[in-house]
Design a binder for this molecule. Structure first.
Ligand code: SF4
Length: 533
């Protein structure tokens, strides 16, 4: 699926003082542990390719904390293919503590000034801080209005990241060096939505926190003097941490490092969890494990469920074809269970990425450029085309027509390893409005599912179509349903502001004036929809 763009990813690393050098430390020593950040960000690049950056702490430098960030992927930003430039960056920004971020614009413009971390300079060291964020605040608009109610306040950017920066700044102005956990405790009471935060200040103190619902993943590991945290476990595993050292930070918990002392504390109660199911189905790296469930095993279970439901006749012409890359795991599991080949009938151009090549300005052209159907695999075949989800359907339409025309497949049966997506996301995923979605156009109360799917298949140009049920998601992810966010499938949001935004979006979609979001949107949707709700 290329229709949904990822949110963001965060990373943090700290070499605790007064202990022997960690074997996982770069050869340059604990003072340059910041060198681990580009590696970690590369492992979570799947979560954002728009910009990358890091802030490092070095008490021997004039700039006690210093931030480097640019638009582009991790390799481009950190000049990973140019040894000299990379070395000079790593030396300039060397530090024994560092935070980093990769960004996709779920909120705010695609400009360098929106790249993270956000650094806020101050003459007092405890008030000079930098932080990065993964998630989205559903009550962004309310927080923004409250800040702007004071006519002396001004917000330069249209992003919840700036709101969070001001909320942290406000807390820092209370009292004499308030503990980081207190700051987190207070701001979390005002936040509604998804927020994983990494923060570093000019005293060298660090905060790593996960929102009380655990909407977005956040993992950490401690081995000897080395502490590291990242949105996904794969980044920690590839640093060399033992798998058993890598843990998910519990919702509502934070790791603080103050004066070199590490503590894990609760900053907010977490009466329920609401992990985003999409992380397992699509967003996360297949090598990651989040909240004790492997992404690979979850996708495999979805494929097995598709196989269990399959009712087309299977003969020697039947093949399973994954839409690369995230559907491959489910497709392979489905094919194995059905006893048919899983074949690479679609070849993905891995280098098309965020391209501005002439003629690729529309979603249709982008999809056509991204996948090439292989006639050698598809011709005369009954194709079970496995996709991880259908959001807007642009990609699926292009694929079906190209598999038929270029690939000359005999039949195309679309199998979606996810239930229909019927409502927007206000927690950091790029689904802004109901009207942009494919499934709601066909779904009517009381109508048999088979009729709905048949109409969808006709609309897409496929021979048949099947989704998985909402219930199958919790089974595949191996979590109780009430520990997952499935709001984009059910319209039941885990936070009050999310629910309220959905009701507004629903009303607007019914009267044709929809522009739903949390009021903070990527430039693309912002321009397309104009007025805010
Ligand atoms: Fe994830 Fe959907 Fe919930 Fe958004 S609404 S957090 S995409 S499950």
């Amino acid at each position: 699926m290329s229709e949904l763009l990822h949110e963001c990813g965060v990373a943090a690393v700290y070499h605790l003082p007064g202990r022997a050098k960690s074997p996982l430390c770069p050869e340059q020593g604990p003072g340059e542990v910041s060198r681990l950040i580009p590696r970690m960000l590369l492992d979570i690049q799947n979560r954002g390719q728009l910009s990358a950056g890091m802030t490092t702490y070095n008490p021997d430098r004039n700039q006690l904390i210093d931030t480097y960030k640019e638009l582009g992927g991790v390799s481009e930003v950190f000049r990973l293919s140019h040894r000299g430039k990379y070395e000079s960056l790593m030396r300039k920004y060397a530090g024994r503590a560092a935070i980093g971020q990769v960004r996709y614009a779920t909120c705010g413009a695609e400009e360098r000034s929106y790249a993270q971390p956000f650094e806020r300079h101050h003459v007092q060291k405890h008030k000079w801080f930098s932080f990065a964020f993964n998630g989205q605040l559903a009550n962004y608009q309310a927080l923004r209005e409250r800040l702007l109610a004071d006519s002396d306040n001004y917000l330069a950017r249209d992003t919840d990241t700036e709101i969070i920066m001001h909320e942290i700044g406000r807390e820092l102005s209370q009292g004499d060096r308030p503990p980081l956990i207190e700051i987190m405790r207070n701001i979390s009471q005002r936040f509604d939505g998804a927020y994983c935060l990494v923060l570093l200040n000019a005293l060298g103190d660090m905060l790593v926190a996960r929102d009380p619902l655990g909407l977005r993943p956040l993992c950490y590991a401690i081995e000897g003097p080395l502490f590291a945290a990242a949105s996904e476990s794969v980044a920690l595993l590839n640093l060399g941490f033992a798998p058993e050292s890598i843990k998910s930070l519990l919702p509502g918990q934070a790791v603080t490092i103050t004066d070199g002392q590490l503590e894990i504390q609760r900053f907010a109660p977490s009466p329920r969890r609401a992990h985003c199911f999409f992380e397992w189905i699509y967003f996360a790296n297949v090598a990651s494990t989040m909240d004790e469930r492997s992404v690979y095993l979850a996708r495999q279970a979805l494929g097995e469920e598709l196989a269990r439901l399959e009712d087309v006749s299977i003969d020697e012409s039947t093949i399973v074809v994954p839409v690369p890359d995230t559907s491959k795991c489910a497709a392979d599991a489905m094919a194995y269970r059905l006893g048919v080949p899983s074949a690479e009938g679609l070849i993905r151009n891995r280098y098309s990425g965020r391209t501005f090549i002439e003629g690729t300005d529309s979603r249709v052209n982008k999809a056509a450029m991204k996948y090439t159907p292989l006639r050698e695999v598809l011709e005369g075949k009954r194709v079970l085309l496995v996709e991880d989800s259908i959001v807007r359907s642009t990609t699926m339409r292009v694929l079906i027509s190209r598999i038929r025309e270029v690939g000359r497949a005999k039949e195309i049966h679309v199998r979606v390893a996810c239930p229909p997506i019927v409502s927007p996301c206000f927690y950091g995923i790029d689904i802004s409005t109901i009207s942009e979605l494919f499934a709601p156009r066909f779904m009517r109360a009381g109508r048999p599912l088979e009729d709905t799917y048949a109409e969808m298949a006709r609309d897409l140009g496929a021979d048949s179509l099947r989704y998985l049920s909402v219930e199958s998601i919790a089974k595949a992810v191996d979590r109780p349903p009430n520990e997952l966010c499935r709001a984009c499938l059910t319209g039941e949001y885990p936070t009050p502001h999310g629910q309220r935004l959905y009701e507004i979006a629903l009303a607007n979609s019914q009267n044709g004036s929809e522009s739903a979001s949390n009021g903070c949107r990527p430039l693309r949707t912002y321009e397309a929809h104009g007025a805010q709700i």
